[in-house]
Design a binder for this molecule. Structure first.
Ligand SMILES: Nc1ncnc2c1ncn2[C@@H]1O[C@H](COP(=O)(O)OP(=O)(O)O)[C@@H](O)[C@H]1O
Ligand SMILES: CC(=O)N[C@@H](CCC(=O)OP(=O)(O)O)C(=O)O
Length: 266
């Protein structure tokens, strides 16, 4: 891999920030101002929870992943691939960043397969099989920022719901085979915290051994579990750097300012 290649940033934004219009607008303005090749990834699980509640569709999460029945799949596709994706793209456009919104079906960008039924039947949840790096690289070369939502497809007409942290990790990993990639998970907290209620308890660095301990001690839970699993998978498969940080700090993180966020190490 040539060291001269310009780094690609894969930036994932979390559901709580998406649900706060002011925070989301401020974050996207910062992303738009970032020079170089970048990819945005989003889910929007919090908004789906709120709407499902209003519609009386009971939701169930297991290890941070949504059990996706047919009604839930339709709701998630409408919200992730529709409203949220288009709002993010429109806001990037308003900030002078030419972006294009994609589900995994668009341009066959992310091919997935339905998760096999094991101990738990996750329903229409997709595990990623293949990333169309050719298409992504063509878009990046044309100066366009791809914006991926967390809906994928199986190439047989079936949409699937895939965790957005997994999309970010697998896109970053696929691109890292040929060029340097930096993966940044942005959410509403300062990073991984030793005490979830204390923003001053930032854990600055985590390796797999420390993760095992944090998990056993119940310090990381819920949506932080798939985030960390995906972060470590990316590091193990060649992504240069992975950080979990606050949405407010994205510029500082991309400029490598010290003391921001949690850095993952091998
Ligand atoms: N140790 C921890 N530090 C920070 N957040 C944690 C921790 N353990 C669990 N969490 C939870 O993980 C959530 C992030 O995962 P998730 O709900 O999937 O959000 P996102 O949409 O940002 O991916 C945080 O909002 C927080 O409630
Ligand atoms: C299978 C699965 O769990 N899919 C996720 C996709 C959205 C997501 O990951 O959204 P956040 O990034 O906001 O958490 C879900 O429906 O919640």
């Amino acid at each position: 891999m040539s060291k001269d290649l310009e780094k690609i940033y894969v930036i994932k934004i979390g559901g709580n920030v998406i649900n706060d219009p002011e925070k989301l607008a401020a974050f996207l303005a910062k992303v738009a101002s970032t020079k170089g090749r970048k990819i945005v990834v989003h889910g929007g699980g919090k908004l789906v929870n709120q709407l499902a509640d209003k519609l009386g569709i009971v939701q169930q999460m297991v290890n941070g992943r949504r059990i996706t029945d047919t009604e839930t799949l339709e709701l998630t596709a409408m919200i992730y691939a529709g409203l949220i994706n288009k709002k993010i793209v429109a806001t990037l456009q308003a900030n002078g960043c030419n972006a294009i919104g994609l589900s995994g079906a668009d341009g066959n960008s992310i091919l997935a397969q339905k998760r096999p039924v094991g101990e738990i039947d996750f329903g229409w949840v997709g595990d990623v099989k293949e990333i169309n790096t050719l298409l992504i690289n063509q878009l990046l070369s044309a100066g366009i920022t791809p914006v991926f939502c967390s809906i994928t497809h199986n190439a047989q007409g079936q949409l699937l719901n895939t965790n957005a942290d997994t999309i970010a990790s697998t896109v970053a990993t696929a691109l890292a085979a040929t060029q340097p990639v930096r993966l940044v998970y942005c959410f509403e907290k300062k990073g991984v915290l030793a005490d979830i209620n204390d923003d001053n308890s930032l854990i600055t660095s985590i390796n797999p051994e420390k993760y095992t301990q944090l998990l056993a001690d119940g310090i990381v839970a819920d949506g932080m579990i798939p985030k960390l699993e995906n972060a470590f998978a990316a590091i193990a498969k060649g992504v240069q750097a992975v950080t979990i940080c606050n949405d407010n700090d994205i510029v500082e993180i991309l400029e490598n300012a010290p003391d921001y966020g949690t850095t993952l190490t091998k």
